[in-house]
Structures are given as structure tokens and as C-alpha cells.
Design a binder for this molecule. Structure first.
Ligand code: FNR
Length: 379
């Protein structure tokens, strides 16, 4: 418990920063401009992205005294599994390019194995989903699906994820097209179009059958084919089909409106994932954390996952207090990877957890259930 802080007090200062501002600053200096622009950037003038983080400041929590918090339990239950903490790594596509060897997906998976923090593996990865699953160790992983237009291809990706041992399928609803992200254009180097990040497609039998020549022989044609099939326009009419894809827990990512949460649950979703994609898709203004309470109220007993703007352990605790079952981070662990690979991502996750743990200790909340019961108020 709080080994990082206590070691620091006795002079063992961590190699990497322990706060987000310094982490981002150090990562910005270390990353090539195109990679940094891709990770750090958001939609439009990035107002929503900035607001995601700033909005945590107008939620507050009241400490309680005289509670024995000498032992804390951060574990949560999700889909019948006991997770050591409520934190997970949100899916980050193209994360391969965050490490110098181009295998950031594998490094993230190793950080997951090391910390017990689950990884949601993106469809857009540098390494096939089977290799990523193989590096997760004992930690449960989830597969995030960007639903291709071709249904057989979507089904193939899900079958592979099941066979590889992932514990749930996260369908991202908000990205059938990419939002208006000026930084991607300004650096003239939109990394998603690099063939290397399409390994889940290139290794897929259904995708390969669509090609005249295998991707190893004609990469350009394979990328063109990928661009043609990526991004099915999903509507509520597709829900029955999505549900039929798997018996694994089905998690719908990108839901911010209470009515959408209700509709998704009625149609068989096992969890709602409230997120505005870290402000990368719609520059709509409202911070994700401000939309969380409405979604939680609509979801009833169905678990709500949350991300967008989590920068500290206190943000983690606030999101739990506002009703999230588990909380994801995107950019923070991407910066950790950029600075020191798997060890860097693990460090970032450990700092988040250490701060959350310490906050629970001083606020009189020994368990996550206590955090949830305490709630947070708008200030
Ligand atoms: C993302 N996100 C994302 N989401 C998803 O469902 N599939 C994906 O492939 C990606 N790719 C991706 C790339 C990069 C560089 C970022 C920063 C984000 C969104 C991600 O899962 C998550 O919603 C946000 O990152 C959360 O916001 P923060 O923590 O970055 O503020």
C-alpha cells in the first residue's frame, strides 16, 4: 500500500513523473511530433477534450473521520469476475507506434499482466489480437470491436477474440467515421493508414479472402480494402445482430444519453460504457463526467463503465462515487508507454491506484462500496 509515496519520502524518487501534467510534458518532449499529435490531439479546437478533464474540478467529496481505513480493498466485481481495482486501460488504436519497437500493444498487455489492470485491446492494433491476449498473463482482457461493414468479417473478429480468451466484447459506437481532428491533418501523417496497424485484418481469413493478393505481396491494395470495409453505420436495428455475435458480455462504448442507455439494456447489452472518446470524436462541449450520473440512473443495476478525462487517482474515485463500476484511462498509459514501454505504463497505472488508495484512506472509505455510498456533489 502506497509503496511509491513512502519510498519517495525515504529518498527513492520514481524515474517517471507521478502526476499527469509532468507526465504529459515529459512524453511530449520524447515522442515524435506525428505520434504525439495523434495521441494528444482531439476534435475541433479540443474544447470537449479539455473540458473532460477540467469538469472533474466541479465535483467534490466530503471526508469522513474515525473510520478504520488501515486496510483498503479496491477490488470490484464485473461480469462475475473479481478485479483487483476499478481501473482498466481503455482501447487505444495504433498504440503500437507509442513504443520505439512498434509493439506498444504487446507492451500494454505486459503492463496489464504486471499490474492486474485489464486491457481493452483495440481492433486497430499493430499485433494480432491473439498475440496481445498471449501477453496478458492471468489478467482478464477485453476485445474492442470497430464493426466492419462486412458482417462475416465482424463475426470472424469476434470468434477470434473468443478463441483467444477475451472476457468481453466492447463495441465502440461513436467511430464509424473519424472525427474532425486538425492535428492529424496538420502533421500530414495520419498513422491509422499505415498498414502495420491493421494486423487484425491482415491476419483474418475472411479479410484475406477478399484480396486478390495477400497483404504481404500487395500491402497498398490491402489497405485500400481495409478502408473500404472499416466503419459500419450502426443503428438500433443492428442490436439484435450485435447481441447474437457472442455469448460473452457485450459492452456498448460511447453511450452518453440516458435514453440510449435504456435502449441498449433493453436490447441485451450487459454493460454501458459512458465515454465521449476522450473528446476525439465530437467537439460537443459537455464533459463526459457530467453525463455519467444520468447514464448511471438510467442503467439501474447494469454496470456502467466510464472514461474520458481521468487524470488522477482522485478522478478515479470521483467517477466511482458518481456511479461508475470501473474507470478507464487512455492517454495517460499511452504516455507511460512512450516514456518507458511496459514499465512506463505500469508505473502510470500504479500511481493512479496509489493515489486512489490513499484518498480512500484519508476520506474514510475502506472499500469501493463505501466510495459509491458516499457519492460526490456538484460544487
Ligand atoms: C482512443 N480511443 C479509442 N477508443 C476505441 O474504442 N477504439 C480505439 O481504437 C481508440 N483509439 C484511440 C486512440 C487514441 C490515441 C486515444 C487517445 C484514444 C478512445 C479511448 O478508448 C478512450 O475513450 C479515451 O482515450 C479516454 O479519454 P482519455 O483518458 O484519453 O482522456
Amino acid at each position: 500500500q502506497n509503496a511509491i509515496y513512502n519510498a519517495g519520502l525515504s529518498g527513492v524518487i520514481p524515474k517517471l513523473p507521478v502526476d499527469y501534467a509532468t507526465l504529459e510534458q515529459r512524453a511530449s518532449a520524447a515522442m515524435p511530433p506525428s505520434v504525439l499529435g495523434y495521441v494528444q490531439g482531439g476534435c475541433g479546437d479540443e474544447f470537449t477534450q479539455d473540458n473532460n478533464a477540467h469538469a472533474f474540478r466541479h465535483w467534490g467529496m466530503t471526508p469522513r473521520m474515525m473510520v478504520d481505513c488501515s486496510r483498503r480493498d479496491l477490488s470490484v466485481e464485473l461480469f462475475g469476475m473479481r478485479l483487483p481495482s476499478p481501473v482498466f486501460m481503455a482501447p487505444v488504436g495504433v498504440i503500437g507506434i507509442c513504443t520505439q519497437d512498434g509493439h506498444g500493444d504487446l507492451a500494454a498487455a505486459r503492463a496489464s499482466a504486471e499490474t492486474g489492470v485489464p486491457l481493452m485491446a483495440s481492433t486497430l492494433s499493430n499485433d494480432p489480437l491473439e498475440s496481445v491476449a498471449g501477453a496478458l498473463g492471468e489478467t482478464p482482457g477485453f476485445f474492442q470491436l470497430y464493426t466492419p461493414k462486412d458482417k462475416a468479417l465482424a463475426e470472424s473478429l469476434v470468434r477470434r477474440a473468443e478463441a483467444a480468451g477475451y472476457k468481453g466484447i466492447v463495441v465502440t459506437l461513436d467511430t464509424w467515421v473519424t472525427g474532425w481532428r486538425p492535428r492529424d491533418l496538420n502533421v500530414a501523417n495520419f498513422p491509422q493508414l499505415r498498414g502495420a496497424v491493421l494486423m487484425n485484418y491482415f491476419s483474418d481469413p475472411v479479410f484475406r479472402a477478399m484480396l486478390a493478393k495477400p497483404p504481404e505481396e500487395d500491402g497498398a491494395a490491402a489497405v485500400r480494402q481495409w478502408a473500404g470495409v472499416f466503419g459500419k453505420v450502426l443503428t438500433w436495428d443492428d442490436m439484435a445482430w450485435l447481441r447474437s455475435l457472442t455469448t460473452l458480455p457485450l459492452i456498448l462504448k460511447g453511450i452518453c444519453h440516458p435514453d440510449d442507455a435504456r435502449r441498449a439494456i433493453d436490447a441485451g447489452a450487459d454493460a454501458i460504457y459512458c465515454s465521449n472518446h476522450g473528446g476525439r470524436q465530437a467537439n460537443g462541449g459537455i464533459a463526459a463526467i457530467d453525463m455519467l450520473p444520468g447514464v448511471v440512473a438510467a442503467a439501474g443495476d447494469v454496470p456502467v463503465l466510464f472514461d474520458s478525462g481521468i487524470r488522477s487517482g482522485s478522478d478515479v474515485v470521483k467517477a466511482i462515487a458518481l456511479g461508475a463500476r470501473a474507470v478507464g484511462v487512455g492517454r495517460p498509459y499511452a504516455y507511460g508507454l512512450a516514456l518507458d514501454g511496459a514499465a512506463g505504463a505500469a508505473h502510470v497505472l500504479r500511481c493512479l491506484l496509489a493515489e486512489a488508495d490513499l484518498l480512500m484512506a484519508v476520506n474514510g472509505w475502506p472499500t469501493i462500496a463505501d466510495v459509491r455510498a458516499a457519492g460526490a456533489v456538484r460544487i
